[in-house]
Design a protein around this ligand. Structure first.
Ligand code: SAM
Ligand code: SF4
Length: 467
């Protein structure tokens, strides 16, 4: 009997975690071809790899955790910054060596880097046999057949409709407790620094019924948390269903099913969404609201379509409707084209104003083809970008520690996700605000909720005892 292992996606607990690729797991696969998937980049990519795994299972492939054992290797790639692409190029060098030892091995590039470079990838990287963009995953079995016959195979067609709504993803690296559910694809925003609209195409929302069905199925299988994913969830619109309606429908599945979502865009998040969050205990009080910069001139150059005052007003609405306890995180870019020292100080002062629980912080990386690459010189020296980034990180670490410190002495409701990374004697899970909480194992099991008295914390983790 063949047994299929679950393909898992780890939770992006922190930036370091996020930058690690996720890999497929071992399945027993008598007489099947073996597929190894390595996923880079954002949560959307990890969710997409689960769709790819489902498509490939139907085509008779079983997954493996080892590239060395595979007949077919997929790298699901990210193009958001140059270093994401360099990481994949480096990985391809290693795969070239592997292919020399195993000539029948096929290598496929999926995702944003595949979409960005298209056939150029085949010219530059001889080891690559298959190139498939984010909207071409249903076509992968055909592309594999074409590659097996000795030809290079490419599909980088971007669709206006594809949402993979009918494909039940195979959960990869799953803890069996938390899962991602894609609710939309693509992005229409055209932030000047960003390659996503070019690599993932036009924005489209997935059929609301299929989303609620997927979340219900996950709950029935024992999952207790879903994260609704999109580049800009607040512009979700399917027939008459808005994001606030969708959130409510998923929250009503069961009070024990936690609901999270990412990413919110400051120009689109509505009070309606915030009031819906306030009405349901099981919608987590945590919002990822990327600012990108704290300066209005830079925000204009970035084509974010809001200014500092608008952003601050959104933060005030969150605090007014959801209270000071609501977790807020952000993304910030240092050293965007022409950013002055004073403008950089505005980003630091925004950090001071909001006091984020967490931030993802990056040095600006020019991406070919974007509006910024065409219009604005990438004129901030690398050393300055790095220094500004270090200042931002430094400031944020103080705030993260301070926001975590507030929980010390409080009892937090935690959904247990599994053993702690550091010790098998401890379990870990998240509180409502998405903070990792570690506590002694006792007789507790994953998938259950526990109340934990927080006794101690670092800038990254809360520690405590079950009460
Ligand atoms: N859709 C989300 C939004 O609008 O906030 C974010 C999508 S993007 C995958 C994640 C983050 O990468 C962005 O919020 C931004 O901070 C960062 N990013 C995007 N392009 C970048 C670039 N060219 N250089 C540095 N960071 C970049
Ligand atoms: Fe990129 Fe802006 Fe779209 Fe986010 S909203 S994916 S940053 S273009």
């Amino acid at each position: 009997m063949e047994r299929f292992a679950e393909l898992t996606i780890l939770q992006p607990a922190d930036k370091e975690q996020i930058e690690l690729p996720r890999t497929s797991e071992d399945e027993v696969a008598v007489g099947k071809k073996r597929l190894y998937i390595e996923s880079y980049g954002c949560q959307m990519n990890f969710a997409d790899s689960e769709v790819v795994a489902a498509v490939m299972r139907n085509a008779g492939f079983a997954t493996t955790a080892s590239a060395e054992d595979a007949d077919l290797i997929f790298l699901n790639t990210c193009a958001i910054r140059d270093n994401a692409e360099q990481k994949v190029r480096h990985r391809l060098k290693h795969l070239t060596g592997l292919k020399r030892l195993k000539p029948g091995l096929l290598v496929g590039m999926l995702g944003c880097m595949a979409e960005r470079l298209k056939t150029q990838l085949l010219e530059e990287e001889k080891v690559v046999d298959i190139v498939a963009g984010p909207d071409a995953y249903r076509d992968i079995p055909r592309l594999v057949e074409e590659a097996e016959s000795g030809q290079k195979a490419v599909n980088v067609f971007l669709s206006r409709e594809e949402t993979y709504a009918d494909i039940a993803p195979i959960r990869l690296n799953s803890n069996g407790v938390t899962a991602f559910v894609s609710i939309m694809r693509g992005c229409d925003n055209m932030c000047s620094f960003c390659v996503v609209p070019f690599t993932r195409g036009r924005e489209r929302s997935r059929d609301a019924h299929s989303i609620v069905r997927e979340a219900q199925n996950l709950f029935d299988q024992g999952y207790r948390e879903v994260t609704l994913l999109g580049q800009n969830v607040d512009s979700y619109k399917w027939e008459t269903v808005t994001f606030a309606h969708l959130l409510e429908r998923v929250a009503r599945i069961h009070p024990d099913l936690r609901v999270r979502f990412s990413t919110s865009h400051p120009k689109d998040i509505t009070d309606d969404v915030l009031h819906t969050m306030a009405r349901y205990d099981n919608i987590c009080k945590y919002i990822h609201l990327p600012a990108q910069s704290g300066n209005s001139r830079v925000l204009k150059l970035m084509n974010r379509t809001y200014d500092r005052a608008w952003y601050i007003e959104k933060i005030n609405s969150i605090r007014r409707i959801l209270g000071d306890g609501c977790g807020i995180s952000t993304d910030l870019i240092s050293g965007f084209c022409s950013e002055t020292e004073e403008e950089h100080q505005d980003s630091l002062s925004l950090l001071d104003f909001v006091r984020y629980d967490y931030a993802y912080m990056f040095a600006y990386s020019e991406r070919p083809g974007t509006l910024a690459a065409k219009k604005y010189p990438d004129d901030i020296p690398e050393a300055t970008k790095k220094r500004r980034l270090a200042e931002i990180i430094d400031r944020q670490l103080t705030h993260s520690a301070e926001r975590n410190q507030r929980h010390v002495g409080q009892v937090q409701r935690v959904l247990i996700e599994g053993p702690s990374k550091r010790s098998a004697d401890f379990l870990s899970g998240r509180n409502d605000q998405n903070k990792m909480v570690v506590f002694p194992k006792g007789n507790l099991q994953k998938g259950h909720y526990v109340n934990v008295l927080v006794t101690d914390c670092s800038s990254a983790t809360l520690r405590g005892e079950v009460v």
